[in-house]
Design a protein around this ligand. Structure first.
Ligand code: ZN
Length: 242
């Protein structure tokens, strides 16, 4: 039996284009809790009498922006989080001239912080926020430094994070670019997502390339169609291949 780490190294070396599809698991080593794991935010108690899924929904935001922001600022934003070895590995690969596209479900911006240039954020980003009235853009600091609900300094409108909330659709441009990248790459590496959640599960069907690799602590329903599976911590895998 071949050494799986050597196998992955070889796959990466021989690939012309790689799509790295990431979920919460890649940012857990950076201190950002996984949404759905046992100690993830969905299982945390909140002062607000609503489940996290309800709180981060469009209708909740529209009706209770105060409560939304109380939860959001504390549980969804990690301004001090730093990219880890996995984010850096793929950013460095791109820097060395490899055609690497990151498609991520994460909203933390850590791929960009690590240096990745082409990143499609399916669920948006905490780093961009806009005034619902005039469209003016604001960074994360503006939101975090505002007391309670952030308001536009120009027109007074409510500022909303550019994050896809429950009940909201994904950005069609981002979906289109992501699908196109997945359809045309020769290697797809799925990291830190069980692929159970929409839209990840659907995206993998577009892959027509040679090598499908999954790195995820728990097994996924796609393991049988993978060429290589690592059911272990992503940092451990990266340490073996870098
Ligand atoms: Zn405004």
């Amino acid at each position: 039996m071949k050494n799986p780490y050597e196998e992955l190294k070889k796959i990466i070396n021989e690939s012309n284009s790689i799509v790295v599809f990431t979920g919460a698991g890649i940012s857990v080593p950076s201190g950002i809790p996984d949404f759905r794991s046992a100690d993830g935010i969905y299982n945390q108690k909140t002062k607000i009498h609503a489940s996290p899924e309800e709180i981060i929904s469009h209708s909740f935001f529209m009706h209770n922006p105060e409560d939304f922001y109380e939860f959001y600022k504390e549980k969804m934003c990690y301004p001090k989080a730093q990219p880890n070895a996995a984010h850096k590995y793929f950013a460095d690969l791109e820097k060395k001239g490899k055609n690497v596209i990151v498609v991520t479900q994460n909203i933390d911006g850590l791929h960009q912080k690590a240096g990745s240039k082409i990143v499609y954020e399916l669920h948006g980003t905490i780093h961009q926020n806009f005034c619902m009235k005039c469209g003016r853009l604001f960074g994360l600091d503006y939101v975090l430094n505002s007391k309670g609900v952030p308001h536009c300094d120009k027109c007074g409108g409510i500022v909303k994070p550019d994050v896809v909330l429950y009940e909201e659709g994904l950005d069609e441009n981002t979906i289109g670019r992501s699908i196109n990248a997945i359809m045309t790459c020769d290697t797809m590496i799925v990291i830190g997502t069980s692929l159970r959640v929409y839209p990840a599960a659907g995206f993998i069907r577009y892959f027509k390339g040679r090598n499908l690799v999954v790195i995820n602590k728990e097994s996924t329903s796609y393991d049988n169609m993978c060429d290589l599976i690592f059911n272990e911590d992503v940092i451990n895998v990266i340490n073996h291949i870098k």
